[in-house]
Write a protein that binds this ligand. Structure first.
Ligand SMILES: C[S@@+](CC[C@H](N)C(=O)[O-])C[C@H]1O[C@@H](n2cnc3c(N)ncnc32)[C@H](O)[C@@H]1O
Length: 280
């Protein structure tokens, strides 16, 4: 039984990083006319109301998107992301936060397709409601780790696969890597974006070591921390590991991450990491 609900966390500092990277990759894929696909293995509910009981309980968005909402000095990549979020809000009031499926849908064209997996019964119904008018979208109430395998290689031969589990199950740390290896075997030229939380640093060290020891190439890591590692605190940082990133991503992150670390860090402890995990 899954208990994680993204509605408690929507728009937090981890979403800011994840969705800024998402927008950048999808905007890059649009530069060629040829269609592409977007696969979201853990899609969530699609849209979040920030005045909901869940969001109000944690108020995590106040340390994330809310801190960027009125800013006039955003780095280009962050400005692109905030502009996308603004499309889901009226009169410049921050009331709604779009999840990855809605943001992706907004960045994609009529010829592109979205494949969304969500296992939570309530959230998959919410997702269906949110995406119901979009004919490019295919939604599955299924295990995204397992079922997305069958979609690869996609007929478009171009695409982004976002792997964004909640890590509610500790087995997720191994499963993300095993899944990535299998997916990459089927579709080696695809772009993969894997989100990870820093709760116990050792788990991320192990993941990085496995990636570095693997035969996969062309992998970059981007991490944004609110504060120094502190296992007693919970999630202090999160990161995105991107396989086959657009050539523009690292330079955009070099501008975005110092700014985000400064704005979203707690008690001036914000930090970032950019690492080329594997060369091209
Ligand atoms: C971090 S949230 C996703 C957030 C979303 N990608 C976004 O950025 O807006 C993780 C979601 O994965 C769902 N989930 C957990 N295990 C899953 C699985 N094996 N397959 C598909 N969905 C799963 C959870 O119910 C939760 O809604």
């Amino acid at each position: 039984m899954l208990s994680y609900r993204h509605s408690f966390h929507a728009g937090n500092f981890a979403d800011v990083l994840k969705h800024s990277v998402l927008v950048h990759i999808l905007e890059h894929l649009q530069k060629k006319e040829k269609p592409f696909c977007y696969i979201d293995t853990h899609a969530g509910a699609g849209r979040y109301v920030l005045s909901s009981e869940q969001a109000e309980k944690t108020q995590e968005y106040k340390q994330g998107i809310a801190k960027l909402w009125q800013a006039q000095d955003l780095p280009p990549m962050v400005a692109d992301y905030v502009a996308r979020v603004k499309c889901f809000n009226t009169q410049n009031d921050l009331q709604h936060y779009p999840g990855s499926p809605l943001i992706a849908g907004q960045c994609m064209r009529p010829q592109d397709q979205l494949f969304l997996y969500e296992l939570h019964r309530t959230d998959v119904e919410l997702l269906r409601t949110v995406m119901r008018h979009d004919r490019r979208v295919h939604i599955y109430h299924a295990d995204g780790f397992k079922h997305c395998m069958g979609l690869l290689p996609p007929s478009q031969r171009r695409g982004l696969i976002l792997i964004d589990p909640s890590y509610e199950l500790k087995t997720d740390y191994d499963q993300v890597w095993e899944t990535l290896l299998k997916l990459h075997k089927r579709f080696a030229t695809g772009t993969y974006a894997l989100w990870y939380p820093v709760v116990e640093r050792e788990r991320i060290n192990q993941l990085e070591a496995k990636i570095q020891a693997s035969t996969l190439n062309n992998i970059q890591l981007f991490e944004l921390g609110q504060q120094a590692d502190n296992a007693a605190w919970g999630m202090t940082a999160s990161g995105m590991i991107v396989i086959n990133p657009p050539w523009t991503l690292a330079a955009a992150m070099q501008l975005a991450l110092p700014y985000l670390a400064m704005q979203l860090g707690v008690c001036a402890q914000g930090y970032y990491r950019i690492k080329q995990l594997k060369e091209e």
